[in-house]
Design a protein around this ligand. Structure first.
Ligand code: ADP
Length: 245
């Protein structure tokens, strides 16, 4: 059964703001364990799509199936509890806390309340895994405020992983990063996608060429095309919307 392999199925999604359709019938299907890149020029509807999936924006039409659950109509915290995590363009890191404390705090957001009342010993497995995956072990007891831009981004991804989501939505994870940090982030995403399904909004074509297999192109609130990076780059419509910017 093919549908068993689909984790996220968006159908006919529409978001209208005062008559303007930010999303105009979006269909998108993302398989379990997939690392999917989402691209498109400014105003294409990428953020709106993520906002709908995470319950921040209520669509005017369509459906978002996550496994067996319908996400449309659910509140943000319910969607988090179902296993959808996202990063924001604004940082959610607590600068005065250490890297480990930030991860531990993030992990506690999905823990049942009673577990917070128990005396906890040591570091949870989820936090341990997040530290390892992000390669931040040696910085575990450093204050988050001293991290470089790249390290802070990895910490944010780690904070998501610590919540053990099934789907991660990442908004421009390499924005503002130096070349070596980009490469490290590409490896990190590849590794994260081994245990999770990941959707990444990213524009950097060089980065896409290296790390993306499947790309979805949004344009004017619709899916313009889907394919490999090579197919997408070779498409005259994609070239036009990017060059015509
Ligand atoms: P992208 O993330 O691809 O740059 P957005 O999803 O942010 O695109 O925006 C898609 C379109 O919807 C844009 O034209 C934007 O101006 C419009 N839009 C987004 N949010 C709102 C809102 N809250 N009210 C009105 N228009 C909005």
């Amino acid at each position: 059964d093919e549908s068993e392999d689909v984790l996220l199925a968006v159908t006919g999604l529409e978001v209208a703001f005062d008559g303007f359709k930010a999303l105009d019938g979006v269909d998108l299907s993302v398989g379990r364990g997939e690392l999917r890149f989402l691209i498109g020029p400014n105003g294409a509807g990428k953020t709106t799509l993520i906002d709908v999936v995470t319950g921040l924006t209520r669509p005017t039409g369509g459906s978002v199936r996550f496994g067996d659950e319908e996400l449309v109509g659910r509140r943000e915290h319910e969607i988090v509890r179902l296993g959808v995590g996202r990063t924001f363009q604004t940082s959610v890191v607590f600068e005065e806390l250490t890297v480990l404390e930030n991860l531990d705090l993030a992990a506690s957001f999905r823990r049942p309340l009673w577990s917070l009342l128990r005396r906890r010993r040591g570091v949870s497995e989820a936090v341990e895994r997040a530290l390892e995956t992000t390669g931040l072990q040696s910085l575990a007891s450093s204050r988050a405020g001293v991290l470089s831009h790249g390290q802070r981004q990895w910490l944010e991804i780690g904070m998501l992983i610590a919540q053990e989501p099934r789907l991660l939505l990442l908004d421009e994870p390499v924005a503002g990063m130096a070349q070596d940090e980009r490469a490290r982030t590409g490896e990190l995403l590849t590794q994260v996608a081994r245990d999770h399904t990941v959707i990444v909004v990213e524009h950097d074509m060089d980065f896409l060429r290296r790390y993306a297999s499947m790309v979805t192109v949004l344009h004017e609130g619709r899916v313009l095309m889907e394919g490999s990076v090579e197919q997408v780059r070779a498409d005259p419509r994609v070239q036009e919307i990017y060059l015509g910017r």
